[in-house]
Design a protein around this ligand. Structure first.
Ligand code: SF4
Ligand code: SF4
Length: 406
């Protein structure tokens, strides 16, 4: 059996990512008992508290539990010592995002407000400079948005930045897979090759022993990934989360529509033609913008009022997520209004602000911050179902076959 290493610096390191109060916890387990999402194979939040306290870095870094928590807050309400286990799971999610991120930028942004502010200021200034240098002629007799910022050029820029962001996320998702499916292994190329030869596609631990996961299980469970990415239906396992799930689902739909309009169909969406209100170019945009403005506005108000458990603690990254989405939608509507009112300069300037906000969202929030929850949660649920399935198959095997397989 492999020796378990302990890292005494882990607790202090995790605390740099938010609230993680272990001092008062007396391990009563009430938090785990009330959690609707904890089960035998994924027991949390108490076990995560223990793992961090004991410095079990490989176990924490390879843990899927923080992603399976949907932050209903029940555990925090139930905790007799007010240690806020729900917020501790949120802190662990930030820590894990930083562990997966090969660029190291997520760690800098989460640990330092100065880094975050600098990231927004530098990225915003960069985008403003690009627009100042490369915008087209300013026609002031009438609104010609496509002369000021040709849709084709903006589209090419969007697609290039989105592709770079996807590349970063792809490598981060691979690191997540490696940490969770080969816990304790290094991440260099020789480690990866050695890991594949020695352990196959992946393994899970049961009663202290490795259980190999056949490739077929990864393939047959892939439906879990698709379904959870599209619906995040695990949210509904928390009884009180139905309302939140509906809002979350509408927010994701609104976001995906807006993302498709600006990254895939921009040349159809950004036009100088004035279409009638029943034309899809108008109402599709209105529906997506209305959903985003209402739902992000509600999140911002919730964070200001702090009435719900999930809003009591807010990191700067928690604020920037709804604020940037809200501002992006509002400035998009403002551009639209100015264009319809026939105000050329107001249209161009508001479009410039809109592009800067969209750029901040795409280069800071999507790859390095809270947006990644959507990706990592879906992957975590998939990996967990792969592990459960492999274990179930192994338990159904006759003993001789298990020994051959190990
Ligand atoms: S309910 Fe509170 S005191 Fe009890 S184990 Fe959980 S965090 Fe610790
Ligand atoms: S916040 Fe809710 S889902 Fe998360 S650990 Fe606590 S009870 Fe479970």
């Amino acid at each position: 059996m492999k020796k378990i290493k302990s890292d005494p610096t882990l607790l202090n390191e995790v605390r740099k990512y938010g609230h993680f109060d272990t001092n008062a916890c007396y391990q009563c387990g009430s938090c785990t008992v009330v959690c609707d999402l904890a089960k035998n194979s994924v027991s949390f939040p108490r076990r995560m508290f223990q793992s961090v306290l004991f410095g079990l870095k490989d176990l924490v870094r390879g843990g899927l539990e923080p992603w399976i928590c949907y932050y209903c807050g029940d555990c925090s309400t139930a905790c007799p010592r007010e240690t806020e286990p729900g917020e501790a799971m949120m802190t662990l999610r930030r820590y894990l995002i930083a562990q997966y991120d090969w660029t190291g930028l997520s760690a800098k942004l989460y640990k330092s407000k100065a880094w975050q502010i600098a990231a927004y200021v530098v990225s915003g200034a960069f985008m403003a400079l690009l627009i100042a240098l490369f915008h087209g002629p300013l026609i002031t007799e009438r609104v010609e948005l496509n002369t000021f910022a040709p849709a084709h050029t903006v589209h090419m820029f969007d697609v290039t930045v989105a592709a770079l962001v996807l590349l970063i996320l792809f490598f981060n998702a691979f690191r997540m897979y490696w940490f969770t499916m080969h816990p304790g292994a290094g991440i260099g190329i020789p480690d990866v090759i050695r890991g594949f030869i020695k352990d196959g596609v992946g393994y899970t631990i049961h009663n202290g022993e490795k259980v190999r996961i056949p490739l077929l299980v990864f393939l047959t469970e892939a439906k879990t990934l698709v379904v959870n990415f599209a619906t995040q239906k695990l949210f509904l396992s928390c009884k009180k989360n139905t309302g939140r799930w509906i809002k979350h689902f509408l927010l994701v739909i609104g976001y995906l529509i807006m993302f498709s309009l600006v990254v895939v169909f921009l040349e159809w969406f950004q036009t100088d033609n004035i279409y009638p209100v029943y034309h899809p170019q108008r109402w599709v945009g209105y529906i997506a913008a209305a959903a985003l403005i209402y739902l992000t506005g509600e999140i911002i108000v919730g964070r200001i009022k702090k009435r719900e458990q999930i809003h009591r603690f807010s990191d700067l990254t928690d604020w920037m997520f709804p604020i940037l989405l809200f501002l992006m939608s509002v400035t998009g509507i403002i551009v639209h209004i100015f264009r319809y009112l026939g105000l050329p300069l107001a249209t161009y300037y508001s479009y410039t602000i809109h592009l800067i906000i969209a750029f901040l969202w795409l280069v800071v929030v999507v790859p390095f911050s809270k947006w990644t929850h959507l990706l990592y949660r879906s992957l975590a649920i998939y990996y967990q179902s792969v592990k459960d399935k492999a274990l179930e198959q192994q338990q159904q095997m006759p003993e001789e076959a298990v020994l051959e397989n190990v």
